[in-house]
Design a protein around this ligand. Structure first.
Ligand SMILES: C[S@@+](CC[C@H](N)C(=O)[O-])C[C@H]1O[C@@H](n2cnc3c(N)ncnc32)[C@H](O)[C@@H]1O
Length: 400
């Protein structure tokens, strides 16, 4: 089947199964123009608040709707799995069924991904200096597969096939969840959704996003472009409704939002980055800041300072410099504490108050050193393009 045929078979499947699709939209091939696969385009001018499509809940693919749940013993097993694992297992199972209810949907989903998880060593080298590599989590995911998923597959040869339901399929389904799934806000999550991932990042994400993790056919056909969001998914008791949030001209692409994400997260989760992304940021490692700026000979004083800074929520794993391009106030206060004498620190401690984030020349100089240090992680050709500026423009360190 061609790309277009797959799209129209999927469209017909949606309509046959109770979805309502507006006559003002259709799929569009953005592979050549934007390297963005399939997307949705307006075929006529659309007004604000216009309904683009309505999806009945039964077409969502989740651990509650998958046929895997009906296989002997699987309801209990799915109930015990945590985080993304119930949905991963369901996707591994459903994607390989030739008669799956979601077959036309799987036919439009990608089998390959451009996320760094699948890059080779040489391509990963291009990310040197960024914080992405440590966050990819491929080894952690595989450890999870070996511990939780593979034993289930091996123990149920009548349902799974170890040669088919293997680690590659696991990564494929994990990547689909990463870049296509939604949290269905209204569906009551059953026990298995409550535990969270072993991976800390995903735990944080899960805390933020309550609800049942599900694949939402059609809602996930919309691309994202930072600053261009013109549609939003509304969760209603019986259905999910995609509506425009502003008027859209005929021929324009319809964009959902994947969140206010920095380019590192867009690349890691979705395999692309946006130019001029206002949510872009650089992380400055908290531990490195302490190492660089705290020259207390007295290690107990240093430990007390760290404890105080963490209690006051100034010092964390990292400080974030965003596109405002100023040193964060928590970092400035932290530097004041780290540089304080014993007496000065005791005063701060007794008042239980962080010093004001005042950018004195000493603190500014330290800030510059931290930024210089951070740039050293990039390869020289990238470093050459980075300019660290003091107050008032491109002046040097000595001007502070
Ligand atoms: C939720 S899906 C959107 C539908 C997808 N384009 C498709 O063909 O199935 C998310 C994926 O779409 C692609 N995508 C979305 N927005 C993009 C953009 N602005 N530039 C490049 N790729 C994009 C990325 O591959 C991303 O992982």
């Amino acid at each position: 089947m061609s790309f277009e045929e797959q799209g129209s078979t999927f469209w017909q499947w949606l309509e046959k199964n109770g979805a309502t699709l507006s006559d003002g939209i259709r799929f569009h091939d953005y592979r050549e123009s934007d390297d963005a696969g399939r997307g949705v385009i307006a075929t006529r001018d659309l007004g604000e608040d216009e309904v683009l499509f309505i999806l009945p809940r039964h077409i969502l693919l989740s651990s509650q709707t998958s046929r895997l749940r009906q296989e002997k013993g699987m309801e209990e097993i799915l109930g015990k799995l945590t985080g993304w694992n119930p949905l991963i297992l369901c996707l591994m199972y459903e994607s390989q069924l030739s008669d799956s209810f979601w077959k036309p949907y799987f036919d439009v989903l990608p089998k390959e991904f451009s996320t760094p998880m699948f890059w080779n060593k040489q391509d990963l080298d291009a990310l040197q200096g960024t914080d992405i590599i440590e966050k990819i989590g491929k080894e952690e995911a595989e450890a999870m597969f070996n511990k939780e998923i593979q034993p289930i597959i091996k123990d149920h040869p009548n349902i799974f096939n170890v040669d088919v339901h293997n680690v590659d399929l696991f990564h494929q389904c994990g990547s689909l969840i990463m870049s296509y799934s939604f949290h269905d806000e209204i569906a009551t999550p059953k026990k298995e959704q409550e535990g969270g991932q072993n991976d800390e990042d995903d735990e944080e994400e899960q805390e933020e996003e309550e609800g049942l993790l599900a694949m939402v056919p059609m809602a996930d056909m919309l691309n994202h472009k930072t600053g261009y969001n013109n549609a939003r998914l509304f969760h209603e008791p019986e259905s999910l409704r995609m509506k425009t949030i502003k008027s859209i001209k005929a021929g324009d692409q319809i964009y959902n939002t994947y969140g206010d994400l920095c380019n590192a997260d867009l690349l890691r989760k979705y395999g692309f980055a946006d130019e001029n992304n206002p949510f872009d940021l650089v992380e400055l490692n908290g531990r490195k800041v302490v190492e660089l700026c705290c020259d207390d000979k007295d290690s107990s004083l240093r430990d007390k300072k760290i404890e105080f800074l963490m209690e006051e929520e100034a010092l964390d794993d990292c400080f974030v410099v965003d596109t405002e391009h100023v040193l964060p106030s928590e970092l400035i206060s932290t530097l004041h504490v780290l540089r304080a004498s014993k007496q000065e620190f005791e005063k701060m401690e007794s008042k239980q108050k962080l010093p004001k984030p005042k950018l004195t020349p000493t603190i500014a100089k330290l800030g510059m050193q931290i930024l210089e240090e951070r740039t050293k992680r990039y390869p020289q050709e990238v470093r050459n393009k980075i300019m660290i500026r003091g107050k008032g423009g491109g002046r040097g360190l000595e001007e502070w």
